[in-house]
Design a protein around this ligand. Structure first.
Ligand SMILES: [Zn+2]
Length: 116
């Protein structure tokens, strides 16, 4: 399984079999609990206390990128006014909160996990 596919399908970075979150990354309505260990290879996901604080940087980058894309598309391609574009951008950030939370933790986990 390719790393990007495994990341997006919520699989363990070492074995690509066990799930990291109980729910799918793209489930908008349930964040779900993150598991402590992989059910297949027993990899501990939180390597040290506070390991996932760094995922905030990934989350920030994701949110900025999504905001810029939504704002530019709504303002300059769909031709909404400034206020509506900002409102749509804010709404998108609220709706995608759970996805960004899980995706940023998965990216952070994949950045610092080896296959061995
Ligand atoms: Zn595993």
């Amino acid at each position: 399984m390719k790393p990007l596919v495994a990341l997006l399908s919520n699989k363990c970075p070492r074995c690509n079999k066990g799930k990291v979150f109980e729910n799918s990354i793209f489930n908008l309505f349930k964040i779900g609990k993150m598991k402590d260990n992989c059910s297949h290879c027993n990899l501990t996901y939180e390597k040290e206390p506070g390991f996932f604080f760094g995922a905030m940087y990934v989350s920030y980058a994701l949110n900025v990128a999504e905001s810029v894309i939504v704002f530019i598309v709504s303002r300059f391609i769909v031709n909404l006014d400034w206020f509506s574009s900002l409102g749509l951008t804010a709404l998108m950030l609220v709706v995608l909160f759970g996805v960004n939370f899980k995706l940023s933790r998965m990216i952070w986990l994949y950045m610092f996990s080896s296959k061995k």
